[in-house]
Design a protein around this ligand. Structure first.
Ligand code: GLN
Ligand code: ZN
Length: 777
């Protein structure tokens, strides 16, 4: 068995430097390219990645290059590798029974009337994974074909790579019970089924996968077990550690296997899990030393390698390389071989800062994207091999960049700092909700079960083209704005025709709900090619929040005023909340998030005041990322919830009582933040419910929530048009938990990714379903 390489990364961006994966997937889904062409293009992408990584200093044939590509999602890949394709997609299997592209994409995106797997946040990141469905009867049939093919493909080019797979404990901890299993009654003698109950069978499947990999010539395999750092999963940390102990004892004792690296990214590995892994017969453990600290020595480490994840896989800062080196030195004291790595996969950062020729060179000198981080790993690995003096000049350069950043203008703005310091406590909230409600009822005069949408209407190719033409100077700003006003006029007209009650302007002016604000606030920079994968073919381009945040001028007011001028019905002003702006940007790491959030909140507070002055009566402040930033460790959660709720309350706390404040939350299991949702004190909260069986509603009903609530009854993440009867059932299910007077009817998110065809049909059904329920009520 070969030794673990001195430096590695846990994963590399998959989307491609110029979004090649996105283009290939979309062309394939549109029927423009066939299976073979998709495979060829993605193989080319993987080849380019390996060459690049070698160029940046990773070894060609020492297993330091992770084979971390995925066509859609790494959790789906792991589920399919153990054969856990939900039965509803069985007919899409290949003639020989294997799971090919058709079944894979059906599981990811739905097929006909069959809904896809649920989509939810990957730990506290902005990446989304597909939630596997596991039942007591799921038959696990290991399938190593994809892993083996990619390894062989690399080997044919002279690379020995390290296959990466989500590990068995994390796979099960992130899975949900199949509908059939969830509906089985529990009881004293029939415990409720949980996917983790299937650990033994799943480990059996992994044993067989590992044997296949060994046979294919794999030296090292990486099993990702981020579940082991989380305290906010349905399975407790103690149970997860016990599961890891069982799983890795079994995998490590398997007769034919590659060497195993177990990676624990995204946070501090708990004591139990650390001891379990140290004692297990695996060869290497990767630790997140950015979020976590160097662990205490424990037994079982002799002969193992600890990979110190000291290069941050989640942000874009060049960081403190000298401090990273010091962490590695203390890791050396723990009593194992030491290697250097990234704290997480680099899938969360863009490819290469060298592509950002439009950014201020001074800002660029403070940044590191994936490629720069790989080079940092290579530098530190050289330090481990040759001693600190060998890398001293590089450490010194990084320190100089850091010092320059601390002193640069714009990083501190004394005006906003003194405004924050002078805030009184009553800025952080509004008056009594009942009083607001009465005033708003008078002002708005809405029917029972008011219907609305979440904000965006389809961002057609036409709209994106307009933006492109404006950016290239083919359209003047005035012409561009005139065309957008035409679009808004159409969208408002359509909503009136559909009979919706509260309208939106459709957000055609926004390339992205965060970037749009970043472009209009001081303290942010925007990249050209800084795309990161959100899920599947979806990418976002996070802005870089590098300095103190201020609002030089109103941002959304003209658009909202114009939309409102077209209709008697209320039009919602539409803002992105402070937590979401932070969550979906790369945020400065030189002050607490709380302080940055307060500055953003003040800018939004001023924007709301200006919207009111322009005649807007409802303002929605979207916080889809509220749950996403929740720390994985329980200890840090209450502080987070405190500052995030306070930021929202500061942003909205200046609104008049008669102004109805909405918020929108999506994508996540909100069960553990119900109190925080109530504390936001938004007059109306719309929430994702279509895809996750609406468990939240029961909890909300029980918690005595008295504000308005709009369960997302129409799942906008797939092109499927929900039939009226299904929507009626979802609305009525809500009414079992929440009093009629509190309920709103809306889709579960914005419509920007949808086409008009299905959007119009779906909204027609939504309005019709509401009408039917109103009649019966
Ligand atoms: N208002 C935004 C929209 O409709 C909200 C999007 C989101 O929650 N992700 O697009
Ligand atoms: Zn949403």
């Amino acid at each position: 068995m070969s030794a673990f390489p001195a430096g590695t990364i846990l994963g590399y961006p998959r989307i491609g430097r110029r979004r090649e994966l996105k283009r290939a997937l979309e062309a394939h889904w549109a029927g423009e390219i066939d299976d073979a062409e998709l495979e060829a293009r993605t193989a080319e992408l993987r080849r380019a990645t390996r060459e690049r990584l070698v160029g940046l200093g990773l070894g060609r044939d020492d297993s330091s290059i992770p084979e971390s590509f995925s066509l859609y999602d790494q959790v789906l890949d792991a589920a399919l590798a153990v054969g856990a394709l939900p039965a509803r997609f069985d007919e899409l299997r290949e003639p020989d029974g294997s799971v090919g592209l058709a079944a894979t994409f059906a599981a990811a995106r739905g097929s006909g009337d069959q809904p896809p797997l649920e989509l939810t946040k990957w730990f506290d990141t902005n990446y989304h994974y597909l939630v596997p469905e596991i039942g007591p009867d799921t038959v696990f049939a290991p399938s190593s074909a994809r892993l083996v093919r990619q390894f062989a493909e690399a080997r044919a080019d002279g690379f020995i790579t390290r296959p990466v797979l989500v590990g068995p404990v994390t796979l099960l901890a992130l899975s949900k019970a199949t509908d059939a299993a969830a509906l089985r009654p529990g009881g004293a003698d029939v415990p409720v089924f949980r996917p983790i109950d299937r650990l033994e069978s799943v480990v059996g499947a992994y044993v067989s996968l590992l044997a296949d990999l060994r046979e294919a010539g794999v030296d090292w395999v990486q099993l990702d077990e981020p579940a082991l750092v989380s305290e906010s999963l349905p399975v407790s940390a103690v149970e997860l550690a016990a599961a890891a102990s069982v799983a890795y004892r079994a995998l490590g004792s398997a007769p034919r296997r590659p060497s195993i690296l177990v990676a624990a990214p995204y946070g501090q590995l708990g004591q139990d899990a650390w001891r379990a892994l140290a004692a297990a017969p695996v060869e290497a453990i990767a630790l997140d030393l950015v979020r976590g600290v160097v662990p205490l020595p424990t037994s079982g480490l002799e002969g193992k390698t600890l990979v110190g994840g000291v290069v941050d896989g989640r942000n874009v800062w060049r960081g403190d390389l000298d401090a990273a080196w010091s962490s590695l030195e203390s890791l050396r004291g723990v009593g194992a071989h030491t290697a250097v790595g990234t704290s997480t996969s680099l899938q969360h950062v863009p490819h290469d800062i060298a592509d950002e020729t439009g950014l201020d060179p001074r800002l660029v000198s403070w940044l590191a994207f994936a490629d720069q981080k790989v080079a940092q790993v290579a530098t530190l690995a050289r330090g481990l091999a040759e001693g600190r003096t060998a890398i001293e000049p590089t450490l010194a350069e990084a320190s100089a960049a850091l010092a320059d950043r601390r002193a640069a203008p714009g990083v501190r703005d004394e005006a906003v700092r003194s405004r924050v310091a002078g805030l009184a406590e009553d800025a952080f909230g509004r008056t009594d909700a009942a009083r607001r409600r009465a005033l708003q009822e008078d002002e708005l005069d809405l029917p029972l079960l008011p219907t609305t949408t979440i904000g965006s209407f389809p961002q057609t190719a036409e709209i994106r083209r307009l933006r492109g033409r404006r950016d290239r100077g083919e359209l003047s700003q005035a012409e561009y704005e005139e065309l957008l006003r035409l679009e808004i006029t159409t969208v408002v007209g359509l909503q009136e025709e559909l009979g919706l009650d509260v309208l939106v302007h459709g957000e055609p002016e926004r390339n992205d709900m965060v970037q749009y604000f970043a472009e209009h606030l001081d303290g942010f920079a925007v990249t050209r090619h800084g795309w990161v994968q959100s899920y599947g073919s979806r990418v976002t381009r996070p802005s870089i929040l590098w300095g103190d945040v201020t609002r030089p001028a109103p941002i959304t007011v003209d658009w909202s005023r114009f939309a409102q001028s077209l209709t008697e019905k209320p039009v919602k002003g539409m803002l992105t909340g402070p937590v979401t702006i932070l969550a979906w940007s790369f945020v400065r790491d030189d002050q607490p998030l709380r302080d940055t959030a307060t500055q953003v909140a003040l800018a939004l507070r001023d924007e709301i005041r200006d919207l009111e002055a322009a005649g807007i009566r409802i303002v929605q402040v979207d916080e889809p990322a509220l749950r996403e930033l929740l720390p994985l460790s329980r200890g840090a959660q209450s502080d987070y919830l405190d500052w995030s709720v306070r930021a929202f309350r500061l942003a909205t706390g200046g609104a008049a009582d008669a102004t109805q404040v909405h918020t929108h939350l999506c994508y996540s299991e909100f069960a553990d933040v119900i109190d925080a949702i109530a504390a936001l004190d938004a007059d109306v909260t719309s929430i994702e419910a279509a895809r996750s069986r609406g468990e939240l509603l029961g909890d909300l009903g029980e918690s005595g929530f008295e504000l308005g609530i709009g369960p997302g009854v129409y799942d906008i993440h797939s092109p499927r048009v929900p039939p009226v009867a299904e929507l009626v059932a979802l609305i009525e299910r809500t009414l079992e938990h929440v009093p009629l007077s509190q309920v709103w009817v809306n889709p579960d998110c914005g419509l920007k990714t949808r086409a008009y065809r299905e959007t119009v049909l779906s909204l027609q059904n939504l309005v019709e379903a509401t009408r039917l329920v109103r009649e019966r009520a």
